[in-house]
Write a protein that binds this ligand. Structure first.
Ligand SMILES: [Zn+2]
Ligand SMILES: [Zn+2]
Length: 112
């Protein structure tokens, strides 16, 4: 059994047949580093989420939300455990999704 893990680096790597996964993948990425959230933090005044490190680094230079430009302060940061849990389960289930992608590829005989 070939369990070659495909590392999907970009949300656009998802096959077009799986637009819902594509969207979910994009939602679980930090707008600053474009990677999956690492210890997600939410800005309480606007509700946008970022990795803890990313947003702290950002707020040292600019006291604004990188997503909506609202004036914020680092005291407004709150850990978003739900995002962390969703990101974790999404990533740990990716082997199943990669399997789906393999089936899709075989069906359409599409090569990357
Ligand atoms: Zn980040
Ligand atoms: Zn915002």
């Amino acid at each position: 059994m070939d369990m070659d893990f495909v590392d999907i680096e970009d949300p656009t790597d998802w096959p077009e047949a799986l637009p819902h996964l594509h969207q979910l993948d994009a939602h679980l990425r930090c707008p600053i580093c474009k990677e999956y959230f690492t210890t997600a933090m939410m800005l309480t005044s606007c509700g946008h989420n970022f990795c803890s490190l990313c947003i702290r680094r950002y707020l040292t230079t600019e006291k604004k939300c990188p997503s909506c430009r609202k004036s914020v302060d680092d005291s407004e940061l709150l850990p978003n455990r739900l995002i962390d849990s969703i990101t974790r389960s999404f990533r740990s289930n990716r082997w199943a999704m990669d399997g789906t992608q393999e089936i899709y590829k075989t069906k359409t005989a599409k090569k990357r």
